[in-house]
Design a protein around this ligand. Sequence first.
Ligand code: SAM
Ligand code: SF4
Ligand code: SF4
Length: 337
Amino acid sequence: MLVDTFNRPVKDLRISVTDRCNFRCTYCMPFDEYTWINKKEILSFEEIARLAKFFVQLGVDKIRLTGGEPLVRQDLDKLIDKLSSLSGLNDLSLTTNGSLLADKAPALKAAGLKRINVSIDTLNPEKFKRMTKRGDLSKVLDGIFAAKSNGLHPIKINAVIERDVNDDDIIELVEFSRENGFAIRFIEYMDVGNSNSWTSQKMVSKKEILETINGRFPLTEVGRNGGTAPSVDYQFTDGRGDIGVIASVTEPFCSSCTRARLTADGRLVTCLFSQTGHDLKSLLRDGSTDEDILEVIASAWRKRRDRYSDERLEALLSSNGYDPRQHGKIEMITLGG
Ligand code: SAM
Ligand code: SF4
Ligand code: SF4
């Protein structure tokens, strides 16, 4: 089995299909303009599917499509069609802001997508507009209900919680999820990329999120799915659904991180906080054989030593503290959140 220097196998692949997005969430990509990947550098669906096959051969059994906003990429259902037939792949999912989902849900489902995550941080339309800068909550809600009526299941909501911004929306989000049969995953605000002005004060911890929910809807801990998933899951004691919390800052899970990322321009990135990636696109385009490319991927994984969130927590707890500006990173929109 292929493992890295900390004995972690490669099990999950996040594929960023585009670095573009029609939103500008303040915690993710607050600026209007970035240095966008040139169109001819973006991998074609055939190139993505060829690489995906290699990752599956090396042990990956879960793939998530993400971005940027994956649904701004034309004809994404055609990629889903190619990936859903990969033998050895047990799970294919998509994370989206939901704004284009109402129209696209039927084609995504028909192409073989089973489940979906939709990011919704507040149910207040004005606040939603402020947080996403360009988003229209009603379109996102149309999208999530279209996903439901087209049979995508489970549908999970991702909500990033930022102090004094949407920490007062937690209960309403929980109620909405319970009423509509959605699962919800709260995410601690992270210092992804280089432009979101993250501070530890803005982050609402897992402990605080759970205290807020438990006060109203008592919870029982279920644990991490498979023992290694990023989310720690909880069931409502009344049996009406579940929630999860992804506590990358306060309870990092690097020791069980089995996630590789593929950027839209074909770089293999081994950590969400990486500064660089391994260029696979050149190999795809210079006639390299399957064996050559497989070996480059395997060799990069064998050398992997990433444990950024563990190191951040060590720094946060130390007398020197932690300054995110000292660590240049690839933007999250590029490497796939
Ligand atoms: N555009 C899609 C979306 O928003 O769902 C997919 C890409 S987005 C980068 C993937 C996930 O990362 C979203 O759920 C988003 O909320 C989350 N995310 C973005 N910036 C984050 C941050 N600073 N901290 C924690 N999660 C973040
Ligand atoms: Fe776009 Fe998703 Fe980032 Fe928001 S979180 S700016 S929707 S990529
Ligand atoms: Fe994995 Fe890097 Fe996140 Fe740690 S910081 S869990 S190694 S992606």
